[in-house]
Design a binder for this molecule. Structure first.
Ligand SMILES: [Zn+2]
Ligand SMILES: [Zn+2]
Length: 316
């Protein structure tokens, strides 16, 4: 099975602290690195995580608050320095074109590669083996959340069925897989006749900044991983900003039957230990399976399960 990894490059909200950087999440899938948000200092975080910016072809920005996009300039200029030739695609909400343009036109700098900007509403983008869906969240300004959805895969070949139809591994099976049906021994055999149930592709949701919203619940339905804004530990801590508390993130995870919730965009006022302690209590009350990722933590998806590790030497 192809490995899929979610690498947390920056997990804090609003402004960077000694302990954590501002949002950036890298998804590694089949040799490609997809970036969701590029907070200030993302290039440094990528260097530490040994992720090459040259492998990034797509960047998805949730919204244009500084903590989610100010790293874009450094990232693009580094790509330039390394004589990038491959085009770069930048996706985001309304005004992305204007804001990216401003960035590119600042300083003594001209990109040597093509940059394509795509402004999205609620859009379903299809790429090879996966799709990216954007959906509107509630943050007081144009802001999007994103879904990474791997295509569903065919069921496994069933040896007893293959035997029954007189099929053996080889070109005929390849043809059946490609075309969905073949004529064999005077009869039509369909792929479903000789394979088990289809396997659901992995689904990952990244909300960016949002207060609890019906769209988020809808798009998070049965996600394998939900990376949710959980800026505050309690209602008392909350200003009048458009963010979520841990409890609200848990409510969404629970009602959407999410497999694993990652509490993200934690306010800079909390230390990690304090946040983990309080958040754990709340998540346990809800019976929600959760993680509180730190910078350079990696979630690896293998045989239907998530494993959390740190990329830093010796772990933590
Ligand atoms: Zn933010
Ligand atoms: Zn924001």
């Amino acid at each position: 099975m192809d490995m899929l990894q979610v690498i947390f490059l920056g997990t804090g909200g609003i402004m960077p602290t000694r302990e954590r950087n501002v949002p950036a999440v890298a998804l590694r899938y089949k040799g490609e690195v997809i970036l969701f948000d590029v907070g200030e200092g993302t290039i440094r975080q990528m260097n530490t995580a040994k992720l090459s910016p040259m492998k990034v072809e797509k960047i998805f920005i949730t919204h244009f608050h500084g903590d989610h996009y100010l790293g874009l300039g450094g990232l693009i200029q580094t790509m330039n320095l390394w004589n990038r030739e491959k085009p770069l695609h930048i996706y985001g909400p309304k005004y992305t074109f204007e804001f990216v343009q401003n960035f590119i036109n600042s300083g003594f700098f001209r990109p040597v590669f093509d940059i394509h900007v795509h402004e999205l509403g609620e859009t379903r983008l299809k790429f090879g083996d996966y799709e990216i869906w954007s959906f509107k969240v509630e943050h007081g300004i144009p802001a999007l959340g994103y879904v990474f959805k791997e295509k569903d895969k065919r069921g496994k070949f069933l040896p007893e069925k293959l035997k029954q139809y007189g099929l053996k591994p080889g070109p005929m099976l390849g043809k059946l897989e490609r075309e969905g049906q073949i004529e064999w021994n005077g009869r039509i055999i369909r792929l479903e006749d000789v394979t088990g149930p289809r396997r659901r592709g992995v689904k990952i949701v990244y909300t960016g900044d949002t207060e609890p919203a019906e769209r988020v619940r809808l798009f998070s339905e049965r996600a394998d991983l939900l990376i949710h804004d959980a800026t505050y530990l309690s209602d008392e801590d909350r200003g009048d900003s458009y963010h979520s508390t841990v409890k609200e993130a848990c409510e969404t995870a629970k009602s959407s039957k999410v497999k694993l919730l990652a509490l993200f965009h934690r306010a800079f006022r909390y230390t990690y230990d304090e946040y983990l302690r309080e958040a754990s209590k709340i998540c346990r009350e809800f019976g929600v399976n959760f993680v509180v990722p730190r910078d350079f933590d990696v979630l690896t998806y293998k045989s239907g399960e998530w494993q959390l590790q740190s990329l830093l030497e010796g772990g933590r």
